[in-house]
Design a protein around this ligand. Structure first.
Ligand code: SF4
Length: 105
C-alpha cells in the first residue's frame, strides 16, 4: 500500500525501461542514450512515489536513497540540463535545484 504521505502523481514518463537503457551494471554508452545512467538508478528499485511527494510532503526517504546512488551526479546533471521541475533528482528537491541553478548564473 502506498504511503499516504506521498501523492500518487508520479509522472507517466517516469520509469526505467531495461530494454531501452540496459540493466544494472550493463549500461549503454551515454552517447547512445542520455538516460543510460538510469539502469543503475537506486530509485528504480524503490517506491517512485517517494520521489514525487505532494507539496509540503517529506523528501527525507527519497534523499536518503539518493545518498547511496552511484549515478547521483549524472541524475542531477540531467535534471538541471533538462529543467526537471518536479520531484527529487540527484538528491535535491525542486527548490534546491532552483537555488543551485541561480547560484550558477
Ligand atoms: S540520485 Fe536519487 S533520484 Fe537520481 S537516480 Fe539515484 S536514487 Fe534516483
Amino acid at each position: 500500500m502506498a504511503n499516504p504521505e506521498y501523492r500518487s502523481g508520479v509522472p507517466d514518463d517516469w520509469f526505467i525501461d531495461p530494454v531501452r537503457i540496459g540493466v544494472p551494471g550493463v549500461r549503454q554508452a551515454d552517447e547512445e542514450n542520455p538516460l543510460a545512467w538510469q539502469s543503475d538508478a537506486l530509485c528504480a528499485q524503490t517506491d517512485p512515489e517517494a520521489f514525487f511527494p505532494e507539496k509540503g510532503g517529506s523528501t527525507r526517504d527519497a534523499k536518503k536513497i539518493c545518498t547511496g546512488c552511484e549515478v547521483r551526479s549524472q541524475c542531477l546533471e540531467y535534471a538541471l540540463a533538462n529543467d526537471e521541475r518536479f520531484g527529487i533528482w540527484g538528491g535535491l528537491s525542486e527548490r534546491e535545484r532552483r537555488k543551485l541553478r541561480k547560484r550558477a548564473v
